[in-house]
Design a binder for this molecule. Sequence first.
Ligand code: PGA
Length: 246
Amino acid sequence: MAGNWKMYKTPQETATFFERFTPLAQGWEKCDIAFFPPAIDIPEAVAATRGTNIGIGGQNIYWSKEGAFTGEISADMLVAAGATWVLIGHSERRHVVASETDADVLKKTQAALSAGLKPIVCVGEKLDEHKAGKTNEVLVKQFAAGVAGLTEEQFKEVVIAYEPVWAIGTGQTATPEIAAGAHRLIRQEAEKRFGSDAAQQLRILYGGSVKPDNIQGLMKEDQLDGTLVGGASLDPDSFIKIVHGA
Ligand code: PGA
């Protein structure tokens, strides 16, 4: 169960969040819990969750180890700050704040894995693609160009998040059936490339307007292994309800 904070919260607000959230999540072992705060909040989040079952990750990395790349951070820097996870290829990076391509996604995923970070690779179709019935085509292409180039060893460490762009921040959650169908397709692609064991062990999260009141319906689908939550992860009480609901 992952919380993507996007560009919300200062270090002080991060500390306040975990003062409330950490006790609520204490001892919870039924799933992994990870938060993706803005990079500047990571040291605060790591300090606040040390010794707990909560992991902290970055929202993005650049694939080089270091260099003249103003505004970017590397996988090694995230590790040095105490992060263990990273989001790769979130739709806001693909379509809003940068124009990340599937080739970028592959390079970033490889860089994350080399540094020992666990990547959550995000895929999903845009509204026009959804309306045009192109969801499967888009997912197959994103998997082929963004993930299939990994080795079998690398793939074992990867989590995939299916996030239909039309469902992100819109309140329009995909129905459990739509989400399960997309997850099934991703798992089939994984099976073709990496074999059936790897496909079955692959964790696929759903993301897009996940809330306390729709989590149970979504998680009833066997295909869903967890969720990536944006807006509803900013409030400790709302996110713990999602964790417990799942
Ligand atoms: P949302 O965002 O839950 O606010 O729709 C999900 C995401 O972008 O990861």
